[in-house]
Write a protein that binds this ligand. Structure first.
Ligand SMILES: *[C@@H]1O[C@H](CO)[C@@H](O)[C@H](O)[C@H]1NC(C)=O
Ligand SMILES: *[C@@H]1O[C@H](CO)[C@@H](O)[C@H](O)[C@H]1NC(C)=O
Ligand SMILES: *[C@@H]1O[C@H](CO)[C@@H](O)[C@H](O)[C@H]1NC(C)=O
Ligand SMILES: *[C@@H]1O[C@H](CO)[C@@H](O)[C@H](O)[C@H]1NC(C)=O
Ligand SMILES: *[C@@H]1O[C@H](CO)[C@@H](O)[C@H](O)[C@H]1NC(C)=O
Length: 835
């Protein structure tokens, strides 16, 4: 009887105990400063109290030197976050100073949410630097959007001084809210990370001297986690948008709480939810022994930089130990071979584990992470998983890149959510203390005895060295398996090639609209079944397309090559060709600004083709019919059926049979048969005139001197009378300076000789400039213009370069996409002399 009662009691206790574990956070930071800047009131966000800095206790952190004022947003939108309604505006170098009780790793979060006040402060114009104890965190930072910047840094001082220094240009700096709190001791910097690069895997020991800026924090296979869900008030976002090929991955989740174990991860490293979901290989409709990778591309700055990458794992897919062996690749380099989680977690399944890496970025603008089965995996279980990813930039680590990096500015927006965490104190302090005591015991042993420092893991193993990296490694022995789509899947997507879904056709095949099972809308280009004559071209197009991925290029979703079928599957682009929006279809005319933005997008795509990948790709068929618009009128260059890799370093051109479209064809190329990237520039110049004049590049029905648009427009441009032939809809709507810029740019593009034409990078810069002239009417200052060289691109336009892997359809706008993939290019794909 007594025994029973004790049993019940202890059962009850352990239930309470478990629920506490699930619901509460055991972590209370020693240093914890939460400031609602520019405000006299306290604000509670997710149960965390942000104190105002105008009066009361919050004001003591603001140092008295420096001049600052507080501003209140007079017209906050009703759903604006409470912390974004006020800001402290610094008119001279100023700082906050926080007393640090516990030296070590700290998190610093800065909230920026620009607004405009009647006091003639437009916070969008702020341009400033922020430093922490003298280390630059943000330099010449200008903010157009609400952003949350998070930094992780070691503080070994008794104070942390956050300084805000306005640039001479803007004259002021601002911040809406600040968080400074001490991190759990074992969060960071405890161990040596694995440095991944051309020399294989090395140790990276200097982590603690690094300041890290969070760029991505991803809950792979799961949902968005808000500060409310996270032990350290972090934000985790889903991985779906970063998957290079969605159909390669399948989400998996468990309802069981992870088995935390002392040498692995703990709840502060990442919350339960991160470890309870994952992506695994999607084997639906595939043979059990098929081997392929899951790959994610995470956009990062394309300036040379070093990134700290933490990968989270928890084997929630295996039923028994030592079944799962897989490889991890970062930027194409083998980062971890034959990873066996059961061995690392001392024979416990579903036990969270994380591994830290350091990698130098190439100039591709992405960090590419892949996981795939290892040779050691049993034939029954060829799988690979990933549960979470954190990518942080090493702010103070300057890399001297050996390969000259492109000076392209891709700005990565850090997720911007204001938040906090509800500290759910269900049972009181006592239980909390018990928990903390327990956690104390769990603290990892010192590094020397740890099981997973790189030396131990790699000790004696022959780490394979991949050949020195191009941004995109060529396919392995298995080909592009990761992109392969089973024929049955394509039949399903197109209702078995339903005639009603045909959106383009040609002598050699059809283009269908389709919907994959994961609801991705696609365009399916199918060669005539059984006709293998186009095989080399098919493979060649696949090679080009699988190498490229860019916001402004239509991307390949997959391909199928089985049962004598050759099929390419592309993302579906909602609004169809630019051409249809210019003339002949009765669609609403685009504004001048929209047209400029579309041209800028297309130029960006083209610039990426020319310079972004290892060898440079020449499109060869730039025209308004091949520039597609998505639902937001974002331009995407399509149809790489003719494109080919550009000249190698020691060649200056490619000799090839002349291909292209009448009216857009570079006359020099036509004469000499020598293809260079300037041929694309010529065609792009014709597109610019087309956009301006809203008429076809060639119109045989017009009087003879008007038939060829480029020739005709040049005559007017030379006379300085271009405005007389522009689209009547645009009459009076283009600022003369903007028109002049575009006229000059287009004229240079269609210059007779390639050498006289600008590079696409120059064209891009001029288009940006024309847009700026249109918007502000203000030319840039002369010094801003003069130091632009052809290799330099315009300043950052804040475009998050998130790969848009598919496009959703709203209405049935099928007319708009009827030429989405022209038959001619398809026929090129299928003919012998296509390349
Ligand atoms: C804001 O919070 C601080 C710290 O809890 C408190 O001392 C102060 O009185 C509060 N101020 C207001 C205006 O409520
Ligand atoms: C910000 O200020 C710096 C230094 O004065 C300047 O180089 C940069 O162009 C400015 N940025 C913007 C967007 O005005
Ligand atoms: C590591 O840090 C030490 C001291 O901070 C420095 O001397 C050394 O150069 C650093 N090593 C690297 C590879 O950055
Ligand atoms: C995360 O927190 C939100 C409330 O902010 C809640 O609605 C959601 O269900 C939580 N998600 C998970 C996975 O716990
Ligand atoms: C997986 O990706 C790595 C790195 O990009 C590559 O070397 C390997 O061949 C890929 N494996 C397969 C099966 O495609």
């Amino acid at each position: 009887m007594e025994i029973k009662i004790i049993g019940l009691l202890s059962l009850a206790f352990s239930l309470i105990y478990l629920s506490i574990l699930r619901l509460s956070t055991a972590f209370t930071p020693v240093d914890n400063y939460l400031i609602n800047c520019g405000s006299s009131t306290n604000v509670t966000v997710d149960n965390r109290l942000f104190t105002g800095d105008l009066t009361g206790p919050g004001s003591v952190y603001l140092s008295s030197s420096g001049k600052s004022i507080s501003l209140t947003n007079q017209n906050p939108s009703s759903n604006s976050a409470p912390l974004s309604r006020t800001a402290r505006v610094f008119l001279s170098a100023s700082s906050y100073e926080f007393n640090i009780k516990k030296t070590g790793t700290h998190l610093v979060r800065l909230y920026f949410s620009p607004f405009t006040t009647s006091q003639s402060y437009n916070l969008n114009n702020a341009n400033f630097s922020v430093s922490a104890n003298g280390f630059l965190l943000l330099s010449n930072f200008d903010i157009r959007y609400t952003v949350l910047k998070e930094f992780i840094l070691m503080v070994n001082d008794v104070n942390l001084e956050l300084s805000f220094v306005p640039s001479s240009q803007s004259g002021f700096a601002f911040v809406n809210a600040i968080e400074v709190f001490s991190a759990p001791e074992d969060l960071m910097f405890q161990y040596v990370a694995k440095s991944i690069g051309p020399n294989g895997v090395e140790e990276f020991k200097n982590l603690s001297s690094q300041i890290l800026e969070t760029v991505h924090r991803i809950n792979v296979g799961g949902s968005k986690l808000t500060p409310f869900n996270d032990t350290l008030w972090r934000i985790w976002i889903p991985d779906e948008d970063f998957l290079v090929l969605k159909s390669a991955a399948k989400t998996v989740s468990t309802t069981h709480a992870p088995n935390y174990e002392k040498d692995g991860a703990n709840r502060e490293i990442a919350p339960d939810n991160v470890y309870m979901t994952a992506q695994q290989l999607n084997r639906d409709n595939l043979n059990a022994d098929a081997v392929f990778n899951i790959t994610w591309d995470f956009p990062v700055s394309s300036e040379p930089a070093r990134y700290f990458i933490r990968l989270h794992f928890c084997d929630i897919v295996s039923r028994s130990l030592n079944q799962l062996y897989f490889n991890v690749f970062i930027n194409g380099f083998a980062a971890y071979k034959d990873l066996d989680l059961s061995a690392l977690t001392f024979n416990l399944l579903a036990s969270p584990y994380y591994i830290d890496f350091v990698v130098g970025s190439d100039n591709s603008g992405v960090v590419r992470i892949s996981v795939g089965p290892s040779d050691l995996s049993s034939s029954l279980r060829k799988d690979a998983i990933l549960n979470g990813v954190e990518i942080m930039k090493m702010v103070n680590f300057y890399v001297v890149s050996e390969t000259r990096p492109e000076k392209r500015s891709v700005w990565v927006l850090v997720g911007s959510v204001v938040g906090g965490f509800a500290f759910l104190c269900l049972v009181g302090l006592a239980v909390l203390l018990i928990l903390r005591g327990r956690r104390q015991k769990q603290k990892p042993k010192p590094v020397e005895s740890m099981g997973w420092t790189p030396l131990r893991v790699y000790g004696g193993s022959s780490q394979s060295r991949l050949s020195e990296g191009t941004a995109f490694p060529s396919p392995g022995p298995y080909g592009y398996l990761g992109l392969r789509i089973p024929f049955g899947e394509i039949q399903l997507a197109t209702s078995n090639f339903d005639q009603n879904l045909i959106i383009g056709s040609g002598g050699f095949g059809m283009v269908y609209k389709g919907v994959l099972r994961d609801t991705t809308k696609v365009a399916v280009k199918r060669g005539v079944p059984g006709s293998r004559q186009g095989l080399p071209e098919f493979q060649s197009e696949l090679t080009v397309l699988s190498k490229i991925r860019h916001r402004h290029l239509v991307s390949l979703v997959g391909y199928c090559e089985e049962q004598s079928e050759m099929i390419l599957v592309y993302e579906f682009v909602e609004k169809g060709p630019l051409k249809n929006h210019l003339y002949g279809s009765g669609l609403t005319p685009l504004s001048w600004k929209q047209r400029l933005e579309i041209c800028i997008g297309a130029a960006r795509g083209l610039h990426y083709l020319h310079t972004g990948s290892a060898q440079g790709i020449i499109h060869r068929d730039i025209k308004s019919a091949n520039i597609l618009l998505d639902e937001n009128c974002v331009a995407k260059v399509a149809d790489f059926g003719l494109s080919r890799s550009g000249p190698c370093i020691n060649e200056t051109h490619v000799s090839t049979g002349v291909k292209g479209s009448f009216g857009y064809l570079d006359p020099e190329y036509f004469r000499t048969q020598q293809l260079t990237d300037k041929s694309d520039v010529y065609s792009f110049g014709v597109v610019l005139f087309e956009v301006l004049c809203a008429r076809p590049a060639v119109d045989p029905l017009l009087p003879r001197e008007q038939v060829n648009l480029a020739e005709w427009a040049i005559q007017w441009q030379k006379k300085g009378l271009l405005e007389q032939i522009i689209d009547p809809f645009l009459m009076g709507k283009i600022k003369p300076s903007s028109l002049k810029k575009i006229g000059e740019t287009a004229e240079k593009c269609v210059a007779e000789c390639g050498v006289d034409r600008p590079t696409i990078g120059d064209v891009l810069w001029n288009l940006e400039y024309a847009l700026q002239l249109q918007e502000t009417g203000r030319p840039r200052l002369s010094h801003e213009v003069s130091d632009i060289t052809s290799s330099e691109l315009p300043g950052p336009r804040v475009v998050p370069q998130v790969p848009s892997s598919h496009v959703r359809i709203e209405g049935d706008d099928s007319d708009g996409i009827s030429n989405i993939t022209t038959s001619r290019v398809f026929s090129q794909l299928m003919t012998k002399e296509g390349r």
